[in-house]
Design a protein around this ligand. Structure first.
Ligand code: OFO
Length: 177
């Protein structure tokens, strides 16, 4: 059974994950409009993932006797200076999600809700992975640079990440993970 404090914190996280999904959809659309197909593919995938994270919280709450609240949507930012600013937005989004998860872990500990604490471990690991990915992409962009055919290389590089992620999700699904 969830305490009201844990329930409200879980609903806050649902809103954060939902906003991330919406934000990454806007990043995908910006990349698509600029002809950066690899980067667009990556952000469409990230948007789907955030929705999946939101649904995981949703089901956990409803299976635990709580009631998940469908969050309202606020319009995300749609214009960016360049791909570096897009990726910076992605990184900041992930940092915000991690802050939310850390807060939830703290609250579940205070409330002695060890089941929720255990459920949250998957999110802790996921956030570490996602923040690392965002930082790596940012480093690569800085290394390659936006001049000459830099944009082409950056797009290829981000597209490669999307393809790798799709392949690993497919093999996870096949092995039942
Ligand atoms: Fe769900 O926020 Fe990152 O992965």
């Amino acid at each position: 059974m969830l305490t009201p404090i844990v329930e409200s914190a879980l609903n806050e996280q649902i809103a954060i994950e939902s906003h991330s999904s919406n934000t990454y959809l806007a990043l995908a659309s910006w990349c698509d409009a600029k002809g950066m197909e690899g980067a667009a593919k990556f952000f469409y995938l990230q948007s789907d993932e955030e929705r999946a994270h939101m649904l995981r919280l949703f089901r956990y709450m409803n299976d635990s006797g709580g009631q998940a609240i469908t969050p309202g949507l606020s319009a995300p930012r749609t214009e960016f200076k360049d791909i570096l600013e897009v990726v910076e937005n992605f990184l900041q989004g992930e940092v915000k999600v991690s802050d939310g998860i850390n807060k939830l872990v703290y609250i579940a500990t205070q409330e002695k809700d060890y089941t929720t604490l255990n459920f949250l471990q998957w999110y802790v690991a996921e956030q570490h992975e996602e923040e690392t990915t965002a930082r790596n992409i940012k480093d690569k962009i800085n290394l390659i640079g936006l001049e000459a055919n830099g944009l082409y290389l950056i797009d290829k590089e981000i597209g490669r990440l999307a393809a790798a992620e799709t392949a690993s999700k497919t093999s996870d699904a096949e092995s039942g993970n």
